[in-house]
Design a protein around this ligand. Structure first.
Ligand SMILES: *[C@@H]1O[C@H](CO)[C@@H](O)[C@H](O)[C@H]1NC(C)=O
Ligand SMILES: *[C@@H]1O[C@H](CO)[C@@H](O)[C@H](O)[C@H]1NC(C)=O
Ligand SMILES: *[C@@H]1O[C@H](CO)[C@@H](O)[C@H](O)[C@H]1NC(C)=O
Ligand SMILES: *[C@@H]1O[C@H](CO)[C@@H](O)[C@H](O)[C@H]1NC(C)=O
Ligand SMILES: *[C@@H]1O[C@H](CO)[C@@H](O)[C@H](O)[C@H]1NC(C)=O
Ligand SMILES: *[C@@H]1O[C@H](CO)[C@@H](O)[C@H](O)[C@H]1NC(C)=O
Ligand SMILES: *[C@@H]1O[C@H](CO)[C@@H](O)[C@H](O)[C@H]1NC(C)=O
Length: 538
């Protein structure tokens, strides 16, 4: 394999030196070595990052003939290469020392498209939480298989006919460390305490994820990110960044940052990297604008806007209405960024206040915050944990034996309480992300928001309102566009509504809660197809 790669790389280098604007003859290129059953991908221009790739045996999860899957780790030795230098440059050496020696390991599992793997786009999927594993999305929403009830203690899965890799390569990745199988370790064993986890930070996450996509994209052998030549140029596929729930914060920030990095890459052909084509951001029931979701919590729970409410009684609702202005004022304070930086104390205060006085009131209904028509708790989560904690499954997936999980003991948890708490401490959940949506729309990236109508927590009312209010270049045209019904092929009954103009689409899905692809699998796949391959009208 490596010999073939070297031959391929030589051809690429020779051809691209003459014809692509992004390569020069002496630009460094990808190297591949073999270690412990993994192919290790490295690139001199990404000195902190390396990718361990492992071909998953056929039949685990994906049973479709000829459709391969790959898993592995993005290993990030951040401290050594960047972090110490950066912090020392700011005269902050003491802070750098505290971080010294932590290596981060981000686990991913990717599947080639079942359709046209050489030409279908690539979708990167991220669940939310914060702290919830994208492997819950894989195994109960959009992956090639779904977890089922264990039989005689043996966990199992069944084929998902509505998997998103029907029409795209799909990659599931967990970040930050502490989520799912992703973890941090010390470079050497001298420190026996648990390494610090880093909470999401768009700058770091985007650098890691863009390095991840670059390494995958330059690797000729993996078939998840197809590498092709077109007119003598190396052609990278289009990427869609899809996120659910808290992913409605991750994805726009990531896209915005990757576009910034692209400018650097384009200006530095000597680095041997290629700008990544981010075609779109897809947000399912997202938390993108806390300022809009908070009033929507009151409207959703306390009026009959859904046609099934109100869900809470007048006494409770009066308390919520009374708390709303204070919640909004705190969110504003958090986002003022007086002094240029977020003030973690102020943001955490907003988080806690709005959660205590608005969101948590939903508990009184006894229903799931993710679906008014569903009992609290999803049994699928147990099936998923059983599958991902199974010894045989882990061996096939090439999972490092320990270090992950809330107790760093190698027990997979679907949602990390630890990571959730860390985000809460800095009030990340009160921070606005709409600026990033405006930024990427302005740079030609398409944006879709779709919302299952049964969801309270990141509900469609708030999703509608932030998108409607968004101040972007086609905002007036978007607001003038009608809210129309959309239909599945051949059906006379609406599947939901949508509003579309230019590169922005807002959509709803009837009969679905927070986990749209779990509740309405066919509709979710149809939205994904029409969005990725069509105009943006549904
Ligand atoms: C999706 O894949 C199916 C085959 O699995 C193919 O028939 C169909 O044309 C594809 N749709 C799009 C929109 O690419
Ligand atoms: C481990 O790191 C510490 C702190 O940087 C250093 O003092 C120590 O020598 C290292 N030990 C080994 C075995 O590399
Ligand atoms: C060991 O790890 C802990 C927890 O992250 C940290 O507080 C401490 O400073 C580390 N000690 C050394 C010697 O690096
Ligand atoms: C809520 O709206 C639905 C649909 O319009 C209606 O059938 C129902 O009676 C309303 N409920 C209340 C309490 O007004
Ligand atoms: C409203 O709901 C709260 C919480 O369930 C309950 O304690 C209270 O008695 C209810 N008030 C009325 C007027 O029903
Ligand atoms: C954050 O806000 C709190 C409360 O207003 C204030 O006491 C603190 O000094 C601020 N912190 C920073 C770093 O500005
Ligand atoms: C809309 O998206 C397309 C495809 O990404 C892009 O080529 C076009 O420039 C965008 N339009 C605007 C007005 O940004």
């Amino acid at each position: 394999m490596s010999r073939w790669w070297i031959a391929f790389a030589a051809v690429v280098a020779a051809v691209s030196a003459r014809q692509t604007p992004y390569s020069t003859l002496n630009a460094p290129s990808l190297s591949v070595s073999e270690a412990d059953g993994f192919s290790v991908l490295q690139h001199p221009s990404l000195p902190a990052h390396s990718l361990r790739l492992h071909k998953v045996p056929d039949g685990l999860c994906e049973r479709t003939e000829g459709v391969t899957s790959w898993s592995g780790y993005l290993d990030v030795d951040l401290d050594r290469v960047y972090e110490q230098e950066r912090r020392k440059g700011q005269g902050d050496a003491a802070e750098a020392e505290k971080f010294a020696g932590v290596i981060e390991h981000f686990y991913f599992w990717g599947f080639a498209s079942r359709n046209d793997k050489a030409h279908d786009p690539v979708t990167l999927w991220m669940n939310g939480g914060p702290g919830c594993s994208s492997f819950t999305g894989l195994l109960m929403e959009i992956g090639p298989c779904s977890s089922v009830r264990p039989v005689l203690g043996r966990p199992g899965t069944e084929l998902n006919p509505h998997a998103w890799n029907n029409n795209a390569s799909v990659i599931f990745l967990d970040q930050p460390t502490g989520v799912g199988y992703s973890y941090a370790s010390w470079r050497n064993g001298t420190n026996t305490s648990a390494p610090p986890t880093r909470i999401f930070d768009s700058e770091h996450a985007a650098r890691d994820i863009s390095a991840f996509l670059h390494l995958l994209a330059l690797h000729a052998d993996n078939a998840i990110v197809p590498l092709s030549m077109e007119d003598g140029r190396l052609k990278l596929p289009e990427f869609h960044l899809a996120g659910e729930s808290y992913g409605g914060r991750y994805t726009p920030l990531l896209a915005s940052r990757i576009l910034q990095d692209n400018e650097h890459i384009a200006a530095h052909p000597e680095e041997g990297l290629h700008p990544l084509s981010i075609a779109s951001v897809m947000i399912g029931n997202g938390i993108t604008s806390p300022k809009h979701q908070s009033p929507a919590h009151v409207e959703y729970a306390c009026t009959n806007a859904t046609g099934h409410g109100p869900f809470l009684n007048e006494t409770t609702c009066q308390g919520m209405r009374k708390a709303l202005p204070a919640c909004l004022a705190k969110i504003d304070k958090c986002n003022e960024r007086a002094g240029g930086e977020y003030n973690a104390t102020l943001c955490a205060d907003a988080d806690k206040f709005c959660s205590d006085h608005l969101e948590s009131k939903w508990e009184l209904t006894g229903a799931s915050p993710y679906d008014w028509n569903h009992a609290d708790g999803y049994v699928e989560e147990e099936y998923i944990a059983a599958f991902l904690n199974d010894h045989d499954v882990r061996t096939k997936l090439g999972i490092d034996p320990t270090g992950f999980g809330d107790a760093h003991d190698g027990v997979f948890v679907g949602c990390s309480d630890k990571v959730f708490a860390e985000f809460g401490l800095v009030g990340d959940g009160s921070r606005d992300s709409t600026w990033a949506v405006r930024d990427i729309l302005g740079k030609g990236v398409r944006v879709l928001s779709y919302s299952g109508e049964h969801d309270f927590i990141c509900n469609y009312i708030g999703n509608h309102d932030w998108i409607y209010d968004l101040d972007w270049q086609d905002g007036d045209n978007f607001r003038a566009a009608p809210l129309e019904h959309w239909y599945m092929h051949g059906s006379a009954f609406p599947a939901g509504k949508f509003r579309h103009y230019g590169n922005l689409t807002y959509a709803t899905v009837l009969g679905a809660g927070h986990f749209v692809p779990h509740d309405q699998p066919a509709a979710a796949l149809e939205i994904m197809r029409r969005w990725q391959q069509g105009s943006g009208r549904l």
